[in-house]
Ligand binder design. Structure first.
Ligand code: G3I
Length: 345
């Protein structure tokens, strides 16, 4: 009998002492990573072990899912055609098959969006379309994307989406015509509210809608994001603010970051850390920064549905030379242990 209890105890202790990030943080928030399609095979077991949220790094961006030939043949100047390529499909299937929640990134962005999307006849050499035509294209783009999710991935847990990404300058003003084709066509910021209105109309239930940006901890930008987010909250078309959180050990301080976080939380919206990485040339300093940051995040966990690191392992990072993540060649770094320590694991 004593032996029996010992076995039960050992199994229980093993389960509690999981070294998986997602298990250690289970009662606080989802732990996510961005992945490329190759990682659904190479390193898949390790992704499944540590993360319960995935954002495709590139595979749901407009240039990956808008189809020029199909749009030109659609017979309508208002109806862009959306198609998921093999990379996108691989990630969505991986998430659906393994019950990993998905963050969509992104509909409206100045980057990785083909110029033809804004031109007459979906033709790169065409004239800019009118605001009215662009509104119809925007609505149809969002509608078609959500319809494709529902048709091909009915069991996918699509729990949040970056509807608009990086629409602000650091001074809190909107990106202007030189900086964004969206502004070039609209001449004002109404495309932001329109995008959220359409996303709210077509998103499946349970899919929270986010406005996402970087340098979000710079006061002027914090205020710009906050003001627009509150306006959209009053309209009932937004659920949260995405803090990209591309940080470095020398800037911003964790205190400054926390100030922005508190301001966003005071809006009454959710906050997701969407693209966390922390550069620095000393792993001990990075580990301390990660620990201090996660301490702040855990303290505010009731407002934070998820924290996503922007890359599963340093060699996949867009800031590779900064070694900004929790793993290197899928081996845990000091930064990983620091993050685990916060929750006593
Ligand atoms: O797929 C091609 C490959 O065929 C080609 O051989 C190779 C040669 O350069 O390029 C590959 O495409 C690269 C793509 O990542 C996939 O790896 C692009 O050049 C490269 O520009 C692209 O970078 C992405 C970047 O966004 C582009 O804006 C990063 O992976 C992605 O992590 C990064 O993510 C952004 C967020 O969306 C928004 N916030 C900032 C963040 C970091 O820049």
């Amino acid at each position: 009998m004593a032996k029996y209890y010992l076995v039960i105890f050992l199994i229980g202790a093993t389960l509690c002492a999981s070294d998986a990030l997602k298990d250690a943080y289970e009662k606080y928030f989802k732990i996510g990573t961005c992945i490329g399609s190759g990682e659904t095979t190479e390193g898949a077991e390790y992704i499944k072990k540590h993360y319960n949220s995935i954002t495709p790094c590139n595979e749901l961006k407009p240039d990956a899912i808008l189809n020029q030939g199909g749009s030109q043949n659609s017979g309508s100047n208002d109806t862009p055609v959306v198609a998921f390529g093999s990379g996108t499909k691989a990630i969505l299937k991986f998430c659906e098959d393994n019950n990993i929640a998905l963050r969509g990134h992104t509909f409206v962005w100045h980057g990785q969006t083909p110029e033809w999307f804004f031109k007459e006849g979906f033709n790169s050499n065409g004239n800019w379309v009118s605001k009215d035509t662009m509104n119809k294209r925007l609505e149809n783009f969002i509608k078609a994307t959500y319809e494709l999710f529902a048709k091909d991935y009915p069991n996918l847990n699509l729990y949040s989406y970056d509807v608009c990404n990086e629409v602000f300058q650091d001074n809190g003003q909107f990106r202007n015509a030189q900086q964004s084709k969206w502004w070039q066509v609209y001449g004002d910021e109404s495309y932001i509210i329109n995008a959220f209105t359409y996303a709210k109309k077509y998103a499946p239930s349970g899919c929270e809608l986010y406005i996402n940006d970087y340098n979000e901890y710079i006061d002027t930008k914090t205020n710009g994001i906050y003001n627009v987010a509150v306006k959209m909250k009053d309209l009932g078309i937004i659920d949260g603010i995405g803090m990209q959180s591309h940080l470095s050990t020398d800037f911003p301080s964790v205190g400054q970051y926390e100030k922005a976080l508190q301001k966003f939380i005071s809006s009454g919206l959710h906050v997701i850390v969407t693209e966390l990485d922390i550069g620095g040339n000393n792993e001990d300093t990075q580990a301390k920064y990660y620990k201090d940051l996660f301490t702040v995040l855990v303290k505010n966990a009731e407002h934070i549905p998820g924290v996503t690191v922007w890359g599963s392992s340093d060699e996949h990072s867009w800031r590779g030379k900064d070694h900004p993540l929790l793993f290197s060649n899928h081996q845990p770094k000091k930064t990983y242990y620091a993050v685990m320590e916060v929750v006593g694991s």
